[in-house]
Design a protein around this ligand. Structure first.
Ligand SMILES: [Zn+2]
Ligand SMILES: [Zn+2]
Length: 129
């Protein structure tokens, strides 16, 4: 509830974000390697097979969309080609799960606290969606 404090820390915040991205990339490498050992290199949706360089296009999808949920038995993972993976996220409307850090930038839009037409704006927004 204190957006101003958030702003004043934006510089260090960026460092934290960069650090978090790096950490996440490391983590992704970890579960990706494990998932690739566990499952055949086939897209779970379109059935395309991958090997060699093409393997880069095979991505690890989290069934519950929680990238931190990486059970050792692989039950939360599904191998999808990058196209099906994208579709999967688009369909569930949870693409935002991908970039919590990126999303926070979008959230810092200046919002006036005094909004006489807040209710109306809500209605309009609902209409658009
Ligand atoms: Zn596919
Ligand atoms: Zn996914």
């Amino acid at each position: 509830m204190e957006p101003k404090r958030f702003e004043s820390e934006s510089e260090s915040h960026h460092d934290v974000v960069a650090e978090a991205r790096r950490a996440q990339a490391e983590r992704e490498k970890g579960y990706r390697a494990r998932a690739l050992k566990m499952y055949p290199w086939v897209c779970g949706h379109c059935g395309r097979e991958f090997s060699g360089r093409k393997l880069r296009e095979l991505e690890v999808h989290h069934r519950d969309h929680n990238h931190d949920n990486n059970p050792p038995d692989g039950s939360n993972w599904e191998l999808l080609c990058m196209y099906c993976h994208e579709n999967q996220h688009a369909r569930h409307g949870v693409a935002a799960v991908y970039g919590d850090e990126q999303g926070s930038d979008g959230l810092s839009e200046p919002l006036s606290t005094h909004q006489p037409f807040a209710g109306l704006a809500d209605l309009l927004n609902k209409d658009k969606k």
